[in-house]
Design a protein around this ligand. Sequence first.
Ligand code: EPU
Length: 422
Amino acid sequence: MDVFRIEGPVRLSGSVRISGSKNASLPIMAAAILGAGKSTLRAVPRLSDISVCNELLGRLGCKIVREDDGRLSIDSTVIDNPVGEYEIVRRMRASICILGPLLARCRRAEVSMPGGCAIGDRPVDLHIKGLRELGAQIQLKNGYIVAEAPNGLRGKDIFMGGPFGSTVLGTANVLMAATLARGRTTIESAACEPEIADLADCLNKMGAKIGGIGSPRLVIEGVEQLHPVDYEVIPDRIEAGTFFVAAAITAGELRIENCRLSDMMAVVDRLRNMGVTIDAEGQGCVVSRRGPIGTADVTTQPYPGFPTDLQAQFMALLALAEGNSVVIEKVFPDRFMHVAELNRMAANLRKEGSAVIIAGVRKLIAAPVMASDLRASAALVLAGLAAEGLTTIDRVYHIDRGYERIEERLNPLGAKITRENV
Ligand code: EPU
């Protein structure tokens, strides 16, 4: 297992290019199931979650080739095993997004029920509800969701909101299934995340008829068939936001290339309020901090609200703010595994239900800490850059799921991170 040793504090400067979005790539890879033939996806990041998705699609019958220049080709001419096995789904919950496309194309699908994870329960009831409304018969058998639609799916008006608002992958599943349903489907309370808009744009390029893209009401006119596609995924706004915080926490200056500020307004707004400078430049921006870190109230919400996937990274930054801040988690109320680890680094964080009260400290102090999930581990790397001494982060495989060799991206900017296999 790999560990990171991070020597701090450092001040970062230089340029970094943001990769294609992981959370846009995964459902778009599943969408390739819908258009029999060879699709080419561009800017798909090299991440362990993408490799797991390749394996998942491979078991269905797809042929996947990763080209050197970042292209990923998925040949979905043959799908002869519409099954998402437990052994794969337990490694990556996003595997659930093959359910809708398999059902639409093969009229049956069996996908292992994902379990909970370090960030919470993560139910899939809304995915199942939406697909049932499209006419699928769905049962749970031996830990698997067994879905059938022997006569095909039928369009319907569907409300997809749940106790925590919209669902990203639930919307992706029902949207993909509805593209091949007979008649019109309306998804009300659809997720508005840029990754869902990117999926919808890709589906339209494949021949789907989706309107209302980017809004909470998606209208889908079912078509007979979709065709393969050549499509480039959007830049990763969460990776970009993580580098924004890296510049801010180290009082550095980073030129962030290939990021869409228009997808990140809630993040930009919070950072500017905290005294961080963000100037748009070309296809990206320059992020820097000179003065102290200001406090902030951050409430995570579905898009266009503040993203839960940057909550942990912001908490590392707020730990060093001049005064008290509050973070309220409204998407995954238990997503706080990083709190105890940051406190091991001399932060002063107190969890109160789904909120954390942060009393800013003057400095963080290096400590051995444990990565628990992808974004929590990113927060620990950021804290390690700013902390005094040598931070050791165990279970680095969590961070490799969503950030490609992050140490090789940060070290040229002035970080001192070594990866060791222990
Ligand atoms: N929910 C339900 N029922 C459902 C589905 C979701 O109650 O059937 C609840 C969840 O428990 C949660 C809320 O709805 O409280 C939102 O969950 P959502 O379904 O939107 O999450 P997801 O689609 O499973 C994606 C991202 C996550 C990101 C969330 C929220 C991918 C592959 N995953 O998950 O990304 O945190 O949306 O934005 O797109 C990450 O990249 O680190 C990550 C966890």
